[in-house]
Design a protein around this ligand. Structure first.
Ligand code: NAP
Length: 316
């Protein structure tokens, strides 16, 4: 939409605007919708949030056999919509939290919101090494569920030592002939169950105390350079793919200087209130610690209940 046509838009006034449609945003939408406050949810670019990039979720209660990430996201959305939530495929470009109603400008519209629930989640970190960006989509990936299929009968490397690295590494063994996990320390951060599964999988090998320093390839990834952190020995390692799982950064840049933050995460109290009355935050944009589907969903529900109470108190 051009700037001139955007300027002619009449902003839509909503009681509750929710930014982000991951587990936190859609759980918030469910609660707000059931309070008959007709929430609008802006999905951002990643419909379903990070959960939709995960192959199987085994630790969300109610699904004893596990549930697909995309499927869970769709179920969350369907349930919220059943009670009247409106989910829009649109991204906020700027927010003004200096006065109420808060003003939110998106790709396609403008909103005035009496309350705002921020559930913008987090994005995968890059290694920031030569070749990484050039070869993204050509062998470098941050999502095994999305790209694993392209590595059928190929060799892949996974970087990282957390739950994501091991879970995604295990998923990649469905396709790849070998999965080499390269980790910068000599112990994983991942949980015990995943460690045991990785250890027991004959396709998985681990290289400890090692950093990936370069990605080499012209049209696609051909090899990587690795460096042993203890000995400083440098080596070349042939691989068809490099999957990077080295943590996440919260998507909160838009709120800098408007909300109190801590290490990039939005500061909230135990009830999801941010430093601006009427603005609430939930999920990974405000949680540097748990980062689970269930904790994000719980935070979303809590923020929604508080937003509802906030509006009720104003009308008394
Ligand atoms: P994480 O737990 O923060 O782990 C990141 C890993 O990347 C760590 O092993 C870290 O090494 C390594 N790392 C960080 N920066 C690096 C760099 N520049 N170069 C090389 N390695 C680097 O991130 P995550 O695995 O994405 O998990 C995030 C959260 O989601 C966690 O709370 C996790 O429990 C949760 N999660 C849960 C599940 C599940 O329960 N099924 C699945 C996925 C994620 P060090 O260990 O040396 O710091």
């Amino acid at each position: 939409m051009s700037e001139s046509s955007k300027a002619k838009l009449i902003p839509e006034h909503v009681k509750v605007l929710i930014l982000g449609a991951g587990p936190a945003g859609l759980s918030a939408a469910l609660y707000v919708a059931r309070a008959e406050l007709e929430p609008v949810v802006l999905t951002g670019l990643q419909l379903g949030g990070q959960v939709s990039l995960t192959n199987t979720i085994e630790n969300y209660p109610g699904f004893p056999e596990g549930v697909g990430g995309v499927e869970l996201g769709e179920l969350f959305q369907k349930q919220a919509e059943r009670f009247g939530a409106r989910v829009q495929f649109d991204s906020a470009q700027s927010v003004d939290l200096s006065t109420r109603p808060f003003k939110i400008v998106t790709d396609d519209a403008e909103y005035l919101a009496d309350t705002l629930i921020i559930s913008t989640g987090a994005s995968p970190n890059l290694l920031n090494i030569p070749g990484e960006t050039n070869l993204t989509g050509r062998g470098v990936s941050y999502c095994a569920t999305c790209d694993g299929w392209f590595f059928k009968d190929k060799k892949v490397v996974v970087v990282g030592g957390g739950d994501s690295a091991l879970e995604e590494g295990l998923f990649l063994t469905r396709y790849a002939t070998s999965v080499t996990i390269i980790h910068r320390r000599d112990g994983f951060r991942a949980g015990a169950i995943l460690q045991k599964r990785a250890q027991d999988n004959p396709k998985i090998k681990v290289i400890w105390n090692t950093a990936v320093t370069d990605v080499i390839g012209v049209e696609k990834v051909e090899s990587i350079k690795i460096k042993n952190i203890k000995t400083n020995d440098i080596d070349s390692f042939k691989t068809d793919g490099l999957f990077i799982f080295v943590g996440h950064t919260p998507n909160t840049q838009m709120f800098a200087n408007q909300l109190e933050m801590e290490n990039g995460y939005i500061k909230v109290n135990h009830r999801g209130h941010t430093s601006v009355p009427g603005v609430f935050a939930a999920g990974e944009s405000a949680d540097s610690w748990f980062k689970q589907v269930i904790t994000s969903a719980g935070m979303g529900a809590a923020a929604a209940m508080e937003a509802t109470r906030f509006l009720e108190q104003e009308t008394v």
